[in-house]
Design a protein around this ligand. Sequence first.
Ligand code: ACO
Length: 335
Amino acid sequence: MSTGRAAVICGIGSYVPPDVVTNDDLARRLDTSDSWIRSRTGIARRHVVSSGTATGDLAVEAGLRALKSAGDDRVGAVVLATTTPDQPCPATAPQVAARLGLGQVAAFDVSAVCSGFLYGLASAAGLIAAGVTESVLLIAADAFTTIINPEDRTTAVIFADGAGAVVLRAGRADEAGAIGPMVLGSDGALSHLIEVPAGGSRQRSSGRPAAPEDHYFRMLGRETYRHAVETMAATSAEAAGRAGWQPADVDRFAAHQANARILEAVSERLGIPTERRLSNIARVGNTGAASLPLLLAESAAEGRLAAGHRLLLTAFGGGLSWGATTLVWPELQVF
Ligand code: ACO
């Protein structure tokens, strides 16, 4: 392994809004049931924002906890991965940086839907590798339920809200916490599988007003499912291989919490036993970009993820976009 300059995770935190929606709550207003949702997705409950709460609010809470975990109140940049920015313009990250009292640091959003945390990690690592800054606060946050059509049972039962954050500092590639080889990819030819049709320049320049439902998120679930399984398995194997690991030998596997059946299928293909697979989808659902750091923070707090574990991470989402990377989990305090 190289000992060159690398981005090293030195703090982690997460936040979910207090309001909880159970499957039975959803079944009271939609044509669905607790047993359908559990068996098809593995989700039992999820946290949702209350009226007036936006992504930026979740991001600030997770960011505060990650900074506390790092024992630092200064970073050189803030990167925010989100599908649901507070407004189309400007980016949400500068306001989050200001609210965190971080001063006039570089701050920008990354838009890669459910792969946002890994794309954000690559961006943050790049800022550090290029010497632009010595430290980055990377937050991944989504108030996903704000773009979900409450009448659409195919998405309303899956998506939820939350935030996770890590602090990265410049360090050595052979240290625990150093971000390993990063594999990223996309396929824009399949962008229609996951989309919010209205609200962007394409719809605005059409000169036609958008239908109300076009402002909501849509997903062709069955087709997305197939791509998610194939792509996360292949990308994970590639990242592990570049790190010199066999996927079946990793201590912990953390995949975007899209659907419990997808996680099972991907782990099976990689030969990773169930007990090494991290999962919190049952109690938080699919939280979009926030999914991976939320999973890591919760797993570390519970002791399921511990210092020294060889960790393989992967995500897949709208774009289509995907990614995977590896790291050895460092000693961290979690808040
Ligand atoms: N309750 C009851 N029935 C339902 C519900 C519901 N909530 N939702 C759909 N159904 C019905 C469908 O109408 C369909 O009925 P039909 O057979 O009469 O047509 C039946 O259940 C089966 O529907 P499928 O869509 O085939 O169900 P599937 O088992 O594929 O599960 C799901 C749907 C959960 C969406 C799954 O396809 C999935 O998880 N897809 C991938 C998600 C993913 O990986 N997304 C990428 C990351 S997320 C992101 O980037 C934003």
